[in-house]
Write a protein that binds this ligand. Structure first.
Ligand SMILES: Cc1cc2nc3c(=O)[nH]c(=O)nc-3n(C[C@H](O)[C@H](O)[C@H](O)COP(=O)(O)OP(=O)(O)OC[C@H]3O[C@@H](n4cnc5c(N)ncnc54)[C@H](O)[C@@H]3O)c2cc1C
Length: 317
């Protein structure tokens, strides 16, 4: 049996992978399967979003983490021999994908921005950016499954087709993993995956003191966005965690709106925002390179501009 498989951590990412997965499965004339965590209602929904098969993972005991599923997924892949296996490129997704690829002794291309079939119509061509986005690399994989991780928001979500029918297969309970979950804590606001955010407010070195980060946070809240930063803010000053650093050595974001506050716009940073739909910049240096990348620029002191913006956004006069 062949097929295209998708595995994602959340609903939106699953829909995005179902969209591209459906395209590939139709071209290959094969079935599209999605992994899902023990939710039969959602299984029907994913079928209506394009899946032919749902591979239902059983619930885990409280003290088990998601990696307990890895042997079950790998075993199923050995049985069914899918052609293509797409995993959402979240931190956890990338780790799980790498461990499954290793078990299956197959290749894995990370952070793919395009997935097409080659001229033969049989092999997956996976494209990803290199050298900070200055070049694109096309990768093919000789082994099966051809595995790829795909960043959130690379593809549009699938469109629902009510009444579509498919099959649901329940997978066995995995053996207990050696890893135990000792404690679960709610995510700090800053720890969310900003690659999924529609609005990103980025703090740069123009912020003078750590306590002034509250201003950027307030702007992010007022505009309904997530906070992110440049490398000096996370790596040198440790005012925000490193998973919020945007750029060459950080992550790439694709928000509808990016607002840089006191960000100079060096190439290593701008490479991470090139896919933002609208870029706004607040900087007191009119020659700052960020203005070359920006759609809207405010030349001014952030300590004057940001409070005014917050007031406007909150409707205060
Ligand atoms: C190999 C390599 C990889 C790197 N990877 C990354 C990466 O992934 N991400 C990243 O961000 N950087 C990265 N860098 C660092 C990058 O080159 C820049 O140094 C960094 O992006 C600059 O951060 P910044 O804009 O916050 O600070 P600065 O360059 O210091 O800019 C601060 C800006 O704030 C403005 N400003 C100051 N005061 C005010 C005020 N009161 N009001 C308004 N504006 C004000 C200034 O005019 C200035 O333009 C990398 C560098 C290297 C060599």
């Amino acid at each position: 049996m062949a097929g295209v498989w998708v595995l994602a951590e959340n609903h939106r990412q699953t829909l995005e992978l179902l969209n591209i997965g459906r395209v590939l499965a139709s071209k290959l004339g094969t079935r599209l399967a999605a992994f899902l965590l023990h939710d039969r209602e959602m299984a029907q929904e994913y079928i209506e979003y394009g899946a032919d098969d749902i591979l239902l993972l059983p619930s885990l005991p409280e003290d088990q983490s998601l990696d307990a599923y890895i042997p079950v997924i790998a075993e199923e892949a050995q049985k069914q021999e899918p052609d293509i296996f797409l995993v959402a490129a979240t931190l956890r997704g990338k780790e799980i994908a790498a461990r499954i690829a290793s078990r299956l002794n197959t290749g894995l291309c990370s952070e793919c921005i395009s997935l097409t079939l080659d001229e033969s119509g049989k092999n997956l061509e996976m494209e990803r950016l290199m050298f900070g986005g200055a070049a694109a690399q096309k990768v093919t994989c000789r082994t099966r499954p051809q595995m790829a991780t795909v960043p959130p928001r690379t593809f549009e979500p699938a469109v629902k087709q009510s009444g579509r029918e498919g099959q649901i297969k329940e997978l066995p309970v995995p053996p207990a993993s050696a890893l135990r979950v000792l404690e679960k804590k709610a995510r700090a606001h800053e720890a969310s995956d900003i690659r999924e955010a529609r609005v990103v407010v980025c703090a740069g070195r123009g912020i003078e003191k750590q306590e002034d980060m509250a201003l950027v946070r307030e702007l992010a809240e007022a505009v309904g966005g997530e906070i992110a930063c440049t490398r000096p803010i996370s790596e040198e000053l440790h005012w925000l965690p490193e998973n919020l650093c945007i750029g060459l050595s950080g992550i790439n974001v694709k928000p509808d709106l990016y607002i840089g506050v006191g960000v100079s716009g060096q190439i290593q940073h701008v490479t991470g925002i090139r896919d933002a739909k609208v870029i706004c910049a607040i900087n007191n240096d009119e020659n700052a390179p960020i203005f070359e990348a920006a759609d809207y620029g405010i030349v001014g002191d952030l300590y004057e501009v940001v409070p005014k913006l917050i007031k406007e956004l909150k409707g205060e006069k």
